[in-house]
Design a protein around this ligand. Structure first.
Ligand SMILES: [Fe+2]
Length: 398
């Protein structure tokens, strides 16, 4: 079988020029994902890093095969991206309600909605589709939800962001896809922005596009910055409330104080570049989990750089949480403009393979308990750190 590479079907809302500029997304045909020959895997790997998201349709894949597929991208890793069994044991984490490991292959998790029976070792399993009402500061009224208004729940990459390094890829496999009318994502941030999406679409945005659209002075800041994530970040923010766009958390002093978190060690805290270099294309991707960042480190401008309009020209260690979040929001909110979002219209047996170090994504949709959704998700904590910008990138953009 020859690998066939087709365009990803974009919705009418998409800015086609921007998507093709970032070379975003492809549909792949002609491969058996459960039994990839090494040379075919290498082709898929290169396509993934080039295009950020690959869609495969009509896929049959056991949990063992899905695990093997994720592992092929990082052969020495073997722990689920959040640590095997770690989410079950940290009940206060905001992820606790939404993820359940398959007993036979604990690195593969169930996500979804409603009750499914006799599935992969579970006689009965109840899943709950994440809803903005659990975490956002403001909510869409029940009447408007009834009429199909919804939100981006939480923009994120799949990563524990404490002790474990961010997975390189995520595989998301749709087994049962809920049917129902399309819904409208409301941004509710005063811009009037809205995006029509298929029911329970997964929304993806490119980190490369997000970097490309930054004004010059924010590109300079981005290539000079590193972010420090909080210890046990999902417990830390479990008591805080999110912005209506799902792009981070409001700063109201509601986070769990560090001395009230489960035991943590400074050495396990992650400090990562704000911009990550694509291992195949060398392009820069703005890549930050906006909910879980606590501090920002900024290097000073290089000596010969233009200082006019520069942010933190002499460098900075920003510890004021509101200031940190305001800077990140200023960079990340433009990247989720309706025309830059790819909301995937799921069919049963779709497998989405995405470059988890080059893009962020969010669940959308408001589901009733009888709208059954059942997906298998697998990503593995990585064996290495993402690369930041190199000296040439800093010279070019700082
Ligand atoms: Fe995710």
């Amino acid at each position: 079988m020859a690998v066939e590479v087709l365009p990803l079907p974009l919705p009418p809302s998409a800015n086609v020029e921007m998507f093709s500029g970032a070379d975003f997304g492809r549909e792949i045909k002609g491969v058996d994902l459960g039994a990839l020959a090494p040379e075919v895997f290498r082709e898929i790997e290169e396509l993934l890093y080039k295009h950020s998201v690959l869609l495969f349709r009509d896929v049959d894949l056991s949990p063992e095969q899905q695990y093997a597929l994720a592992k092929a991208f990082d052969p020495t890793s073997d722990s689920f991206g959040h640590g095997n069994k770690k989410i079950e044991s940290t009940k206060s984490s905001i992820l606790h309600a939404t993820l359940r490991g398959i007993p036979r292959v604990p690195q593969v998790y169930l996500v979804g909605n409603g009750t499914s029976y006799d599935h992969e070792g579970f006689p009965e399993v109840q899943l709950q589709h994440p809803s903005h009402t659990s975490w956002h500061r403001t909510h869409i009224s029940p009447e408007d939800q009834e009429k199909g208004a919804t939100r981006f729940v939480r923009w994120h990459m799949d990563a524990a962001l404490y002790d474990l390094l961010p997975p390189k890829v995520t595989t998301l496999y749709g087994i049962k896809v809920p049917k129902g009318p399309r819904q409208v994502v409301r941004y509710d941030d005063g811009t009037g922005d809205e995006l029509e999406v298929p029911l329970a679409a997964t929304a993806f945005v490119s980190g490369r596009m997000m970097f490309d659209i930054q004004p010059r002075e924010l590109k300079s800041l981005a290539v000079r910055s590193r972010v420090k994530y909080a210890p046990h970040p999902y417990v830390w923010i479990s008591t805080a409330k999110a912005k209506s766009t799902g792009m981070g958390v409001e700063t109201e002093g509601l986070e769990v104080p560090y001395d009230k978190l489960p035991a943590w060690e400074e050495s396990k805290i992650l400090v990562l570049p704000l911009v990550w270099k694509n291992p195949v294309t060398g392009e820069l991707h703005l890549q930050v989990h906006p909910w879980t960042v606590a501090e920002l480190f900024v290097d000073p401008l290089p000596r010969d750089a233009v200082r006019e309009n520069a942010w933190y020209p002499d460098g900075a260690h920003v510890t004021d949480l509101k200031e940190v979040r305001d800077v990140l929001y200023r960079m990340q909110r433009p990247g989720i403009a309706p025309e830059l979002v790819y909301p995937h219209d799921w069919r049963e047996k779709d497998l989405m393979l995405f470059h988890n170090r080059g893009m962020i994504h969010s669940v959308t949709g408001t589901l009733r308990p009888d709208q059954i959704r059942l997906y298998h998700q697998c990503n593995l904590a990585a064996s290495d750190s993402p690369d930041g910008p190199d000296a040439d990138d800093v010279r070019k953009w700082a």
